[in-house]
Design a protein around this ligand. Sequence first.
Ligand code: BG6
Length: 304
Amino acid sequence: MKHTGGASDQRAAVEVTKDKNGIDQVVLRNPHGASARVSLHGGQVLSWRTERGEELLFTSSKAIFKPPAAVRGGIPICFPQFGNRGTLEQHGFARNKIWVIDENPPPLNRNDSNGKAYIDLLLKPSEEDLKIWPHSFEFRLRVSLAADGNLTMISRIRNINGKQFSFSFAYHTYFSISDISEVRIEGLETLDYLDNLCHKERFTEQGDALTFESEVDRFYLSSSDVIAVFDHEKKRTFVIQKEGLPDVVVWNPWEKKSKAMVDIGDEEYKHMLCVDGAAIEKPITLRPGEEWTGRVELSVVLSS
Ligand code: BG6
């Protein structure tokens, strides 16, 4: 077992292996047997498991594991844009690129390694990226798995020279759920949202928790920093705690769109729900030398 990155507790482990395309993947394990797997393709978390081995993230059975396409599932990172404006590809290029392990990351502002297994990844623009998006940046990602099984992702994006630039961002998190008709989201009540299914028209959510009976493709604006996804049948609740990420994307393609997508099974929409910590409505602007941090911590609470 090769240890790279951090395993600040003796019994937490970090292992680097290769996927079938020869791309490095990093497996994080905590002392109780929980694990997470991160691919250097996209810096994408592809698996997050409890200590009992239950998978918490959805990955499509038809996912295509071949760069440059992002894998349908896990947690693709949308940067430098969320959506498909202008000449940049949909949801930006970060999720399609091969990242590297950052052997020497600058320290984080607060201690984010205690008792955790973690890995630091780095993305810098290639010549090709600079032609499409002419901004020099360093994108540092820390993925960590704590002793309690919580998964944390910390993104630090720095403008390393040149002019100021702006970007939008999302952790496009595919939660694994029992059945879309059995889940509800709390924490978005009364918020305004922009609806992608209605030309980004602005609506206000009513007072009830959000439930699902058809396609949903929205982002909620300026939410509180804690959102919960309740899954009655699985008797578990995902709690999303976020910082620096004011917006929340909620997406489920439902039946018709799933049938039109090559990398998701016709019925698989029932078992996934994307709920993303995001910064979309007000893009982040960085002047030369400035850095932005966006943090999300995912936890799961089991009920009996
Ligand atoms: C959503 C977008 O968040 O992501 C949808 O709002 C899009 O419009 C979906 O279909 C998935 O995007 P992609 O590029 O991964 O297929």
